[in-house]
Design a protein around this ligand. Structure first.
Ligand code: PLP
Length: 409
């Protein structure tokens, strides 16, 4: 008799974004003809850079000719792209080997799949609030007890509270943990970790023989000096950190799908000397994955240098311009806001300690603007909403105008 993985039953109520969609749909059904402006989901809206489209079109041409057609590629990603990624990291003074890169169909699946490498008894630390994938994948992997509804937390996780007091970058855990998920620039808070803050985690991980899973999906949004764009800028990180990144938010690949994970050969843990984790991830990808789309890989290659890089940077600047408008607009109506400078996300405190879902409903009802309730990212987000800068400029401006006109101070 087949039995299910009962860990699925531990998962707390529906995934955040379907719940936002449900509430928005219900509201629209009762307000026909009223347009809603969406600054909720972090989904890119602007056209792909021209140089990247040209590269992908050229690849399609080659695929349409029998003489240049290619089928399955390497599961780890095409060598030319992995080598281009090596060069990309050299910009930050980080030296990696191409065989330490594993190209994938995006950071989300890698962030979820990476837990396959680790024993079910590992103790997991997550930032609170956090991008939900780190939490849910480890729940399904059996590393938690039940969800405690009152606390809004799973038993067995160590939550690293990200608050106004610590600038939304927590200190390393006070207790032993085995796996630590970190995201900088952070989704949802928009906070970015300094060298010293990341070094504290690397020092902790080396001392405790823990592994950091570092999500740098927004590294191209760092505009100010003094913040590392890769965890490998921190000495010792290759011994204790895996890094995950994506073309989604840099080059608008949310629909194209392309990302990468770095598993350094120096990475080690309690029962795996250097090299073993790299081989394990290679084995995992070769068995469970058939390689990223070859058209997408051509586009990704174009994004890493020359015109493709410059045009991707312009895309990032566009969204950061939106972020500035949102940040200033929300400040104008008296809200306390964070993020939005080295990140596409603005983390806005709800007025008068209002619950984030209530403020979500209020903004939808009064201003017709959809944001993301912070409580959906963890209990520390209960009095915040995340406002995303992914939107057409005219919609962002209109949303801010509607908030300014209709939100009572
Ligand atoms: N990591 C973080 C922190 C994200 O916010 C997102 C998307 O919003 C992803 C990963 C997903 O990236 P991808 O589109 O490559 O799956």
């Amino acid at each position: 008799m087949a039995t299910i993985n009962t860990n699925f039953q531990k998962l707390a109520s529906g995934y955040l974004f379907p719940e936002i969609a449900r509430r928005t749909r219900l509201w629209q059904e009762s307000h026909p003809g009223v347009d809603v402006l969406r600054l909720g989901i972090g989904n890119t809206t602007e056209a792909l850079p021209e140089a990247i489209c040209d590269a992908m079109k050229e690849k399609i041409d080659r695929l349409s000719d029998r003489a240049t057609y290619s089928g399955y590629g390497d599961e780890q990603g095409d060598t030319y792209l992995r080598e281009a990624l090596v060069t990309y990291y050299e910009r930050y003074g980080v030296n990696l080997e191409s065989t330490e890169f594993f190209v994938s169909d995006g950071a989300k699946s890698d962030a979820a799949n990476i837990q396959d490498l680790f024993d079910a008894n590992n103790i997991v630390a997550v930032q609170d609030p956090a991008y939900p994938v780190y939490v849910d994948s480890n729940v399904v992997g059996g590393r938690t007890g039940l969800f405690d509804k009152a606390a809004g937390q799973y038993e067995g996780f160590v939550y690293l509270s990200s608050t106004e007091e610590n600038g939304f970058i927590p200190e390393p855990p006070k207790v032993h943990v085995d796996l630590i998920y970190l995201c900088s620039p952070n989704n949802p808070t928009g906070a970015v970790a300094t060298y010293d803050q990341l070094k504290a985690f690397v020092d902790y991980a080396i001392k405790e023989k823990s592994i950091i899973i570092f999500d740098s999906a927004y590294n191209e949004y760092i505009t100010e000096e003094g913040y590392p764009r890769s965890i490998y800028e921190i000495e010792g990180a290759k011994r204790c950190a895996i890094e995950i990144n994506s073309f989604s938010k840099f080059s608008g690949f949310t629909g194209v799908r392309l990302g990468w994970t770095i598993v350094p050969k120096q990475l080690e843990c309690e029962n795996a000397p250097a090299g073993v984790l790299n081989s394990m991830w290679n084995r995992r990808q070769c068995t469970f994955f058939n390689g990223a789309c070859n058209i997408a890989q051509s586009g990704g290659f174009a994004a890493l240098s020359g015109a493709g890089y410059e045009q991707s940077r312009a895309l990032v600047e566009y969204y950061l311009g939106n972020a500035k408008i949102i940040k200033e607009g929300l400040e104008k109506v008296g809200l306390t806001v964070y993020g939005g400078v080295n990140s596409p996300y603005i983390w806005a405190k709800t007025p008068n300690g209002m619950d984030s879902w209530d403020f979500f409903d209020l903004l939808l009802d009064k201003c017709h603007v959809v944001v993301t309730p912070g409580g959906g990212f963890g209990p520390a987000g209960a009095n915040f909403v995340r406002v995303s800068s992914y939107g057409h400029r005219e919609n962002v401006e209109k949303a801010m105008q509607q908030i300014e006109e209709n939100l009572e101070r």
